[in-house]
Design a binder for this molecule. Structure first.
Ligand SMILES: Cc1cc2nc3c(=O)[nH]c(=O)nc-3n(C[C@H](O)[C@H](O)[C@H](O)COP(=O)(O)O)c2cc1C
Length: 486
């Protein structure tokens, strides 16, 4: 009969599962003295004896510390108010993704600002889907007194704060973004174009960290209206299933906003495809109308973008006649949207059309078409030199500032934004709601914009540099200002 020899793997299994059972080791080389094996074995056997009273207590303490540390880390990392998000996560992402978004194999410097943005959004989404969504923990003192509340289109928003377009261009992070903070009353997704398009070649997003600014020339990279509509519809279906309703009941509810979050609104921004000539007004209208037909039923607000500097000719649509024609077509189509509470139509304008005549023209088109609001404003193609004022500004920032084409955003926009908000508020009076967008970094900035007539104040670049705690921090600052600096 052949003798049965334990195989090395069988021996390993025995060692792991039966720690106190002495099995002679099979020497792996002939040079190791047998005694050394025995000594090693007896030490490990002792360590496995969990039932000794001293070990029990020690294991209990160690276990408690580990569980406590995991629990604390979970609560700390998932709290958007934690300092780590502002002071560690943001710089770390910037350091990890410091390239130019061109693969090194293709001669580039590797992942850059755009990749960092994608990774940030994906992390938010994955954590949310796993049930660990980032959120503001503890009490929200800015919500309690209701002092920050704003009534907008029949909804009682808790704050005047909103995320502006470009952050979630493809309708893929709506719930994780709302989840970040109850201070976010409105989220504008998009820009979404009727057909999918790639946008401009990379690199197309550049940071100017010393002035907390960004230059971007994405050029409406979009998954297209069909894919966006599928994503928006699946949210409605999941919501309906969870609440025992039908999809129709959700769409036709007068209580449930399109955001599917109480007292919060979803704005969907729409634009035209690059291939559609801005001179062909019928084709331009068709592009926007297609977007309204496909996306209008999922939106509380539809935003008509005629102000991106990165789609050639788009800004020419701000001329009075073209704008009037386009907005009228959008408003009429929105009134037929397949939901009970029809989406309101808002137009987003450029900060570079800042003359008195520009404001008068756009306002006339808004009044003529029955548009409900205006977002003032988008990024600028201008390059104000004070962006480079800091002595710390790097040579790379100087190069980006002077050489890279695109729209500039960040604190530099604030004065122009305030001026335009005032101009549009005066010109429109009660005829339309003014939304402020541009350079917001503090509660003070928000209050300034509100003083000049803005009802909603939007942010984007501030959050890129400040992290996920941005809107909660600003809401807290507004509350302190409202309370008289307490
Ligand atoms: C990377 C990036 C992408 C943007 N994409 C869009 C867009 O698709 N549509 C749009 O209307 N505005 C877009 N914007 C402009 C912002 O919505 C906002 O109006 C502008 O940045 C000014 O606000 P901020 O200084 O708070 O960022 C984008 C801005 C940035 C930085």
């Amino acid at each position: 009969m052949p003798s049965i020899r334990p195989s090395p793997s069988a021996s390993l299994i025995t060692r792991i599962t039966c720690p106190s059972f002495r099995v002679p080791l099979i020497p792996t080389t002939g040079t190791l003295p047998h005694r050394s094996h025995t000594r090693t074995r007896s030490v490990s056997t002792k360590a496995y004896n969990l039932n000794r009273p001293g070990n029990k207590a020690r294991n209990g303490v160690v276990g408690g510390i580990i569980v406590g540390a995991i629990g604390f880390s979970y609560l700390y990392f998932t709290d958007t108010r934690s300092a780590i998000h502002r002071y560690q996560v943001v710089p770390l992402l910037r350091w990890l993704y410091s390239g130019d978004d061109i693969p090194t194999e293709a001669g580039g410097k590797g992942p850059g600002a755009e990749k960092a943005h994608e990774v940030g959004l994906k992390a938010l989404r994955v954590l949310y889907d796993l049930g660990f969504g980032l959120r503001e923990r503890g009490t929200h003192e800015y919500l309690e007194s209701g002092e920050l509340g704003v009534e907008l289109f029949g909804h009682n928003l808790k704050t005047p704060l909103a995320i502006s377009a470009g952050l979630d261009k493809h309708a893929e992070c709506i719930d994780p973004l709302f989840n970040i903070s109850p201070a976010i009353s409105l989220l504008e997704i998009g820009c979404i174009t009727p057909l999918p398009q790639d946008g401009n070649p990379k690199p197309r997003m550049f940071r100017l960290p010393t002035s907390n600014s960004i230059i971007n020339r994405y050029g409406f990279n979009s998954v297209g209206a069909d894919t966006a509509a599928v994503r928006l519809r699946s949210r409605v279906r999941r919501y309906a299933l969870k609440h025992g309703l039908t999809e129709r009941e959700v769409l036709d509810s007068t209580e449930i906003p399109a955001s599917l979050w109480p007292n919060r609104l979803l704005a969907v921004q729409i634009g035209k495809n690059k291939a559609t000539a801005e001179t062909d007004m019928e084709a331009v209208k068709r592009d926007y109308i297609t977007c309204v037909e496909k996306l209008g039923r999922y939106a509380d607000i539809l935003v008509v973008n005629v102000s991106s500097p990165n789609t050639p000719g788009l800004r020419s649509l701000q001329k009075r006649e073209s704008l009037q024609e386009l907005l009228t077509a959008v408003v009429l189509t929105a009134q037929k949207a397949d939901r009970k509470v029809k989406p309101k139509v808002v137009v987003k304008v450029s900060p570079d059309s800042d003359g008195v005549e520009d404001i008068k023209d756009v306002s006339a088109a808004i009044k003529f078409a029955g548009v409900t609001g205006v977002i003032v404003a988008n990024t600028t193609v201008k390059r104000p030199l004070n962006v480079l004022a800091s002595p710390q500004v790097s040579e790379e920032e100087k190069r980006v500032f002077h050489k890279e084409i695109g729209g500039l955003s960040g604190p530099i926009l604030l004065p122009k934004m305030l001026e335009l908000v005032e101009g549009y508020s005066k010109e429109l009076g009660e005829n339309a709601v003014v939304f402020a967008s541009g350079g917001i970094t503090s509660g003070q900035d928000v209050q300034e914009a509100r003083k000049r007539g803005a009802k909603i104040v939007m942010g984007y670049t501030g959050m890129v540099y400040d992290g996920v705690g941005f809107f909660g921090r600003i809401a807290g600052e507004i509350k302190r200002i409202v309370d008289g600096g307490k």
